[in-house]
Design a protein. Structure first.
Length: 117
């Protein structure tokens, strides 16, 4: 089992920045991939950014390119999402997802991000 604890959401003005964190605990040795997703009211959950834990390869979804940066702290088994130039359409609940090499998926509790216009 892997537990994911998210932090860092909140309310900022359009154009501002936020940094989300997701700390994994439990059977972290089995992690294969970690990622950020988001879900806005009335919309489907969408991929934001992810990292292959074993190689460090990072990928971004369309909404994150050029504005968001994913990074990690291997020792703390934590990933971060630095979000810059935030827009009202970035308002959503942001979720951290962990995938293990045993094909199990785990989700964090969700972190609300609100961008005021």
């Amino acid at each position: 089992q892997v537990q994911l604890a998210e932090s860092g959401g909140g309310l900022v003005q359009s154009g501002g920045s936020l940094r989300l964190s997701c700390a994994a605990s439990g059977s972290t040795f089995s992690l294969y991939d970690m990622a950020w997703y988001r879900q806005a009211p009335g919309k489907e959950r969408e991929f934001v950014a992810g990292i292959r834990w074993t190689t460090g390869n990072i990928r971004y979804g369309y909404s994150a390119k050029d504005r968001f940066t994913l990074s990690r702290d291997v020792a703390e088994t934590t990933i971060f999402l630095q979000m810059n130039s935030l827009r009202p359409e970035d308002t959503a609940t942001y979720y951290c997802k962990g995938e293990t090499k045993y094909y199990a998926d785990y989700w964090g509790q969700g972190n609300q991000v609100n961008i005021a216009s």
